[in-house]
Ligand binder design. Sequence first.
Ligand code: HAM
Length: 423
Amino acid sequence: MNFKVPRGTQDILPSETWKWQRVESVIRDVCDKYRYKEIRTPIFEQTELFQRTVGDTTDIVTKEMYTFTDRGNRSMTLRPEGTAPVVRSYVENKMFGYADQPVKVYYQGPMFRYERQQAGRYRQFVQFGVEAIGSADPAIDAEVISLAMELYKRVGLTDYKLVLNSLGDKESRIAHREALIAHFKPSIDELCGDCQARLEKNPLRILDCKVDREHPLMQSAPSLADFLNEESAAYFEKVKGHLDAIGIPYELDPNLVRGLDYYNHTAFEIMSTSSGFGAITTLCGGGRYNGVAEEIGGPASPGVGYALSIERLLLAMEAEGKSFTKDADLDVYIVTLEEDAHRKGFKLLNELRNAGIRADMDYMDRKMKAQMKSADRFKAKTVIVIGEDEVADGVVQLKNMADGSQEKVADSTIVTALHEKLK
Ligand code: HAM
């Protein structure tokens, strides 16, 4: 029987993980600069958490969740996103009582959605996300957006744009909802079954339909922008003003509705504009979600955040032809020519590692030429060669791979000599 990686998932092999680690280190660095602290929540949560927050008419909840009944007969779900778990933790751990508000956190880890696999769309993907909970200041909306934009800049991307919309507050949305129902109702039979089911429950979701995207009714649907009440419009103006002030350009898109129900006011996506990028161009999505904490039993705690997948970030780098420069794997590779030399080499290897030097040697009993090839592949800066003579004389041959120069070094001074060379 041949086993394969489950559809929609992938192994990240040792030849690729270094890129992920590089992105992770940029993430840590940027989050630290903005004072966002890491939070780690479980991979699974009670199913109801996502139903209540992400929304029970969304594609994520109705079609894409990995839900199972555990042995205690509870319905559990592999997290499809990170905001609901973070707000759950915020409420459960009474973070609203922390002296420093808003609480600013970031997370990174696998999310699970049963989606149709295509380039940039996986069933298990790694999201990096940030959440700022406890403040309704429009400046913090601009801060989280700025953090995302900086991250893409730091990994070298240039071809991306910010798309912005306002979904307004509850009152604006109720007015818009009525207009949507009036718009779609007379011709609802022309739309798919999902849209028909959404008409009364959540007509905004109709605009997010993947099947009827091109239907003329979609184009002529009433725009939320025309239903924003004064307060919502003023809030949106302030967010835009802060973005203008820090020089972040954006495009307005009144049709940007997002695939999750918890949003209000600011909604945004960052899209790749690289011609090499596939059909799915969204790199990052987020927005404001006032009301989620209350929905799950906490006090009013306005929040804003976003998430992006590392997979799509790396795909965007590839599409733009941008890459990280890979460091050498090793400082030293030890080449040994016979058994006594191998024994001496192994002991030396241990000494070098204890001295903080990145070192490795051959364990395949290969000829010298093959061992030298490995040293090349690992981009070892130095090679130590040990043969019969070197064992007898208490020395090693030290070869500098950059210029090919070679010298004999006494066993007792190897570590000092290497520290000097590797400076
Ligand atoms: P989302 O738009 O569902 O929002 O996902 C955010 C990002 O996750 C997407 O822009 C994309 O980069 C990535 N993503 C989503 N699905 C997949 C997939 N199947 N394969 C690869 N990447 C994917 C959220 O999840 C919200 N929790 C974001 C948020 C945080 N809003 C406020 N705070």
